[in-house]
Design a protein around this ligand. Structure first.
Ligand code: F6R
Length: 366
């Protein structure tokens, strides 16, 4: 059932291009350049009149929420707040009847996320779920939603569910932006076409597997790792660090690259691998400065770059090349090598990547 792969996690990483096609099937009509989510058709008034969105989730799903925040704010021009479900439910938050709460959960059973939904409903908010497990408690507790349809995720470390969540958030963004008139037709068509092209780009990103497996051997010694990203890829840095922590038990932190100089830069020495997401987008020049800051302190930089990049190749110790895409979809491509990196480092350390210690697939305790 692992389809020839040694672990479910690796199978699920490699499945992602097909999973995203399943996620988009019936929702994106490529001939008409159109995205439709049935929930957006059925609940158009509620969604279009939302004064703000509040995303509630935990762990990896919360990271997907941070990407959703940037997508929705950027293209739909609605304020979006992202909350840890466990904090939100206990802090007496302001919830308005005009709020739309988006609950994201792979398992659909996370106790804190479910409690956050119940709180939001009690206070009159409309709740939209983004889940994987069909018929689980969270989809039943929401008013409406969109499944990610990536198939069962067995590995405890979430991989394909994360990219599926981001894909649903991207489709939701497109459907809402079009309905609200906050996106030009040209931009809309460009985005729809690029989203459809992502599975092929993920396949290309997966080709780095061998290179990453080799590279991983060097990093098994590390006690600490830093992951840096900016913009849409800042949450990807958080997610990369979480993956490494979970399965390799190496301490890792994700940071917005520019925040490094406000503290964490003190940690950097020649022992510390720093993974920098430095693809060629609006933040490129800024990221080059951030890499120089790390190098000036003898840090070891492994940069994720856009194919053909030469500037960063000269600065970094190692580079992983990735296909180019629109900035807003970079998380879908950049996540792949970071998942592989965590996987191979953990395997090199002899860890059971599918069943990491102390972790459960569904967190039904509070
Ligand atoms: C990380 C991971 C966890 C979950 C979190 C939320 O790999 O799997 O951080 O993302 O426990 O779970 P769901 O999405 O099922 O609510």
């Amino acid at each position: 059932e692992k389809g020839g792969y040694p672990y479910f996690m690796l199978k699920e990483i490699f499945e992602q291009p097909d999973c995203l096609l399943d996620c988009m099937r019936g929702r994106i009509n490529i001939d008409a350049d159109n995205v439709t989510l049935s929930a957006v058709i059925d609940h158009k008034d509620k969604l279009l009149s939302a004064s703000r969105f509040i995303i509630v989730a935990c762990g990896t799903s919360w990271h997907a929420g941070l990407i959703g925040q940037q997508l929705i704010e950027n293209y739909c021009r609605i304020p979006v707040y992202v909350e840890y479900a466990s904090e939100f439910r206990y802090r007496n938050p302001v919830i308005l009847p005009t709020d739309v709460v988006i609950a994201i959960s792979q398992s659909g059973e996370t106790a804190d996320t479910l409690a956050a939904i119940e709180l939001a409903r009690k206070q009159g908010a409309f709740v939209f779920g983004i889940c994987n497990s069909v018929g689980a408690s969270i989809p039943r507790a929401t008013h409406t939603g969109a499944y990610i349809h990536v198939g069962p995720e067995i590995g405890v470390a979430s991989t394909k569910a994360f990219t599926g969540q981001v894909t649903v958030l991207a489709m939701l963004t497109l459907a809402l932006a079009k309905a609200r008139g906050t996106i030009s037709q040209d931009e809309y068509v460009k985005m729809v076409r690029e989203l459809v092209a992502i599975p092929e780009k993920m396949k290309e990103a997966l080709k780095a597997n061998e290179q990453i497996a080799q590279m991983a051997k060097i990093f098994t010694y590390a006690h600490n790792c830093l992951y840096l990203g900016r913009g849409y890829c800042y949450p990807v840095a958080l997610e990369g660090a979480l993956k490494l922590k979970e399965i390799s038990y190496i301490h890792a932190e994700g940071y917005p690259a520019a925040e490094m100089k406000h503290g964490p830069i003190a940690l950097i020495d020649s022992e510390m691998p720093v993974f920098v997401i430095a693809t060629r987008n609006g933040m490129y020049e800024k990221l080059i400065s951030n890499i120089q800051e790390v190098k000036a302190r003898q840090g070891r930089v492994i940069a994720l770059v856009t194919k053909g990049d030469t500037k960063i190749r000269d600065l970094a110790d190692e580079v992983i090349e990735l296909p180019e895409t629109m900035e807003c979809f970079e998380p879908l491509v950049v996540s792949v090598p970071l998942q592989l990196l965590a996987y191979h480092i953990a395997v090199c350390k002899g860890k059971d990547v599918d069943q990491p210690r102390n972790l459960a697939k569904s967190v039904t305790v509070e």
